[in-house]
Write a protein that binds this ligand. Structure first.
Ligand code: NAD
Length: 484
């Protein structure tokens, strides 16, 4: 029999009184929480201690089949629901996310290791949900003027049917809200496959959706590994695929979608550049680099500016400030007092990141300014990698070109604006970028020349739901956010 949701004692320092509710870790299919057909489960670990946090069902092709059948059946009634009713259910989901804000922030920190002070992620999920609830009754078609024959032509936007949503481990509830809610708002039903590395946030999101009154089968969640994902994206009953994750997985998904000609939206990785011009507020620029690329979820974010390009006149000053601030970051478990940076997600990623650092050192890709090792002592049990900064990085090296997805910052010099833009555009990715300058002409001119989905000027972009997001080059295609 499948386990029920249960409570664990609230982690000390989390600010929660009493206990924390954990989802059962089961699959949600047709409104029921069920075990995987194979009975398989996987221990989800706390990345800061490597201790088991929860046991999560490992769904496979049979579970995906059942979930798609449930979503297809529910689709008929859901698309016919009055817009006002659909809107109200989604508004209730947003209200419940807000009501549980603190608890959800604790859950996120527990399963990702991100320091507890980073609560904003959860309210972002509520914001996206509320924003798309607002669209439900504003989706309109068009009427065309008579053209030749005296016939009336008009368009009616129709749902795709069942949407396959695949999310990465670092997105948690925010990724789920960003992808699931717009699909539901437009009258689709969903099969969500969260990452097996951190499934509790998406499962808790699904619990809140049911509590808000979402009918059975409208949202189904199948936790599992690549085989569950492959079964989902290869099924001809899927109307559209919405994927956020890495490029290698994306290529396999596109191959599968080619067989059924299913449309796909891809939000992939990045190697975003932060460009610092000599007139910028250099202290702010240095702090942004350290906070955004290293401390923030230990550098494991798609849009984080993991390349720091600095004008040669101010390079040494910025390098010194970044190195000092990175070395001073307080690293620890997410609920420890004053902690600024947590662990990376698991043992495999910890090894992979240390391997990237070793190869960068042995190939002289750059000069190691700080970090470069796994932390021991009191943190030896968890997957802690020291915040790592390389200076004078060779722009052609892997370190400069490839996403690390860990706390590793690559610094480079540029001589003038043209070189800065060329360097920034020189990787296969095009997700985000930051421009630091007080010259408003230059800020917009440079932003316009960067081949990237979204650019921040003197600040890190905060992903408002009403702005369209899209990667360029190998950072993905299709659009999310806003009306799109
Ligand atoms: P991943 O590609 O390993 O996994 C993403 C999802 O795909 C998971 O649910 C996984 O189980 C599933 N999957 C794995 N193999 C599959 C297959 N063969 N067929 C179908 N599904 C499969 O990514 P990850 O390690 O969870 O996340 C890190 C990556 O995600 C990074 O590259 C990061 O940049 C990217 N990311 C992008 C965005 C964005 O909005 N652009 C946001 C967050 C993360």
């Amino acid at each position: 029999m499948a386990p029920s949701p249960h409570s664990i004692p609230a982690p000390p320092g989390s600010g929660l009184d009493g206990s924390l509710r954990l989802p059962s870790g089961d699959l949600l299919i047709g409104g029921e929480w069920v075990a995987a057909a194979s009975g398989a489960r996987r221990d989800q670990l706390d990345p800061s201690t490597a201790r088991t946090l929860a046991s999560v069902a490992m769904g496979g092709p049979r579970d995906i089949d059942a979930a798609i059948a449930a979503a297809s059946e529910a689709s008929v009634a859901w698309r016919a629901w009055p817009a006002s009713r659909r809107r109200d259910v989604l508004l209730e989901v947003a209200r419940l996310i807000d009501e549980h804000d603190h608890e959800l922030a604790v859950l996120r920190s527990l399963e990702t290791g991100a320091p507890m002070k980073r609560k904003r992620g959860q309210s972002l999920a509520a914001e996206w949900t509320r924003y798309y609830a607002g669209w439900v009754d504003k989706i309109e078609g068009t009427t065309a003027a008579p053209y030749g024959a005296p016939a009336l032509s008009y368009t009616v936007p129709e749902p795709y049917g069942v949407i396959a949503v695949l999310t990465p481990w670092n997105g948690g509830m925010v990724s789920a809200a960003m992808k699931v809610v717009p699909a539901l708002a437009a009258g689709n039903t969903v099969v969500l496959k969260p990452s097996e590395l951190a499934a509790l946030g998406p499962l808790r999101f699904a619990e809140l959706c049911l509590q808000a009154g979402l009918p059975p089968g409208v949202l189904n969640v199948v936790t599992g590994g690549p085989d569950a994902g492959e079964a989902l994206v290869g099924d001809p009953r899927i109307g559209k695929i919405s994927f956020t994750g890495g490029g290698a997985t994306a290529r396999r998904i596109v191959e599968a979608s080619a067989r059924t000609l299913t449309p796909v939206v891809l939000e992939l990785g990045g190697k975003s550049a932060q460009l610092v011009f000599p007139d910028a507020d250099l202290d702010v620029a240095a702090m942004t680099a350290v906070q955004a690329s290293l401390a923030n979820i230990s550098g494991q974010g798609c849009v984080l500016p993991t390349r720091l390009l600095v004008h040669h006149e101010v390079y040494d000053r910025v390098a010194a400030a970044v190195t000092t601030a990175a070395a001073a970051l307080r690293i620890g478990r997410p609920f420890d007092d004053g902690v600024a940076m947590g662990p990376v997600i698991d043992a495999a990623n910890c090894e992979r990141i240390l391997g990237v650092i070793d190869r960068a050192r042995s190939s002289d890709a750059g000069v190691l300014l700080t970090g470069g090792e796994r932390l021991g002592g009191a943190l030896a049990d968890g997957y802690f990698v020291a915040p790592t900064v390389f200076g004078e990085v060779d722009p052609h090296s892997d370190l400069a070109q490839q996403e690390v997805f860990g706390p590793v910052l690559a610094m480079m010099r540029f001589g003038d604006e043209a070189e800065a833009v060329e360097l920034a555009n020189s990787t296969p990715y095009g997700l985000g970028g930051l421009v630091y300058t007080r010259d408003i002409d230059r800020a917009h001119r440079v932003a316009h020349r960067l081949r990237s989905g979204y650019i921040g000027i003197n600040a890190f972009p905060h992903m408002p739901p009403n702005a369209t997001l899209s990667g360029a080059k190998q950072s993905g295609y299709g659009r999310e956010g806003g009306r799109e």
